[in-house]
Write a protein that binds this ligand. Structure first.
Ligand code: FAQ
Length: 309
């Protein structure tokens, strides 16, 4: 069975839920897919805080749609994780108990309207850079979920960029707001790609299993190369004095990430970690009646044909 599994990987045949797979492969997928699902759900909070404060009806409608998309992404991903034999209730319980990880980026506050544009451009931009490779991941349900998610994320990135473009062509105050948001979101966005390859616990094995197709550092470099060009269109700058084009490498060089800050946030001690978990716990408690009603409805529906007979 192991040989068949290896042959499938070698021949680029997707692994499906009913196929035999090594236990460690299954566990790695549950870990990564559930962390990804939690990120989408917690990721609704920083932007959700601006739905009632969006400057126009058009911006409010766009933001509402985007935040709803993130909820949908979370649900596809929990469903993909469930195909590996773990229940969504267990995964959510782990998140609420503070035992599960989610992306570090969502532990930073959204201080101004420009942050919503910066999240779309930088955070969704980093997310897509990583997720495009995941459309080719070796596990079928995860890869298929990613195809749809990527289509929606690319709309998210464009709306973020367009929103910043408007601010960048606005008043002096709006331009300052735009630059300030870029300054605050730049470094945390680079952290989304995870630790340096040399510090990454799972990369080697995940690359062998074709769960990951590119390393953390490769994706981070691609992101820097893309954003360093796009920021010129905005007429803004990135807060990194070491950022410069390296002709020899054919890439932008960039400064050192504050890894102490990264690990602090990952371990639960970032600016908003406690607030985010508290908000999720409250939503879970307050939403109990919706889950109960949905279950009661499903039971009633399932009982109906028997009643009719
Ligand atoms: N934050 O060995 P590696 C989005 C952990 S979705 C927190 O390199 P791996 C959409 C890692 O889990 C954003 N923890 O790990 C959106 C591991 O801990 P563990 C989420 C991090 O898995 C936009 C340890 O460090 N995207 O933004 C982070 O091979 C706007 C060692 O790391 C995904 O989840 C971090 N930044 O590579 C929503 C994509 N980085 O489990 C709303 C799928 C690392 O041993 C608004 N995930 N860690 O305790 C992946 O591609 C990978 O899991 C990586 C990490 C690349 C994130």
């Amino acid at each position: 069975m192991e040989k068949q599994f290896e042959e499938k990987l070698e021949g680029e045949v997707r692994i499906e839920p009913r196929d035999w797979m090594p236990e460690a492969y299954r566990r790695t997928l549950v870990r990564q897919i559930s962390q990804h699902a939690h990120s989408e759900i917690v990721g609704m909070l920083p932007e959700g805080a601006w739905i009632t404060r969006a400057p126009t009806l058009k911006r409010k409608a766009i933001l509402l749609a985007k935040v709803q998309d993130e909820a949908g992404h979370g649900l596809y991903l929990y469903a993909a994780a469930e195909t590996l034999g773990v229940s969504r209730a267990t995964l959510v319980a782990d998140l609420l108990a503070g035992k599960a990880k989610y992306s570090s980026i969502f532990n930073y506050p959204t201080l101004s309207w420009a942050d919503i544009g910066a999240i779309g451009w930088l955070v969704d931009g980093a997310a897509i850079m990583n997720q495009v490779m995941l459309c080719r991941t070796s596990y079928g349900p995860y890869a298929r979920a990613m195809v749809r998610i990527c289509k929606e994320e690319s709309f998210h990135q464009r709306q973020g960029f367009e929103s910043l473009l408007v601010l960048s062509r606005g008043s002096a105050e709006q331009r300052t707001m735009c630059q300030d948001a870029i300054n605050r979101w730049w470094w945390p966005s680079l952290m989304m790609f995870g630790p340096r390859d040399s510090e990454s616990t799972h990369s080697d094995q995940s690359m062998k299993w074709k769960i990951k197709r590119m390393s953390n550092d490769e994706l981070r470099q691609r992101f820097v190369d893309m954003i360093a060009e796009q920021v010129k269109v905005l007429g803004m700058s990135l807060p990194d004095p070491d950022l410069r084009w390296n002709e020899e490498r054919g890439h932008y060089d960039f400064g050192e990430i504050d890894w102490d800050e990264f690990w602090k946030v990952v371990k639960g001690d970032g600016p908003c970690n406690r607030e985010r978990l508290e908000t999720r716990r409250e939503a879970h408690t307050e939403g109990a009646w919706v889950r109960e009603a949905a279950l009661a409805h499903a039971r009633k529906k399932a009982a109906r044909p028997a009643d009719a007979a």
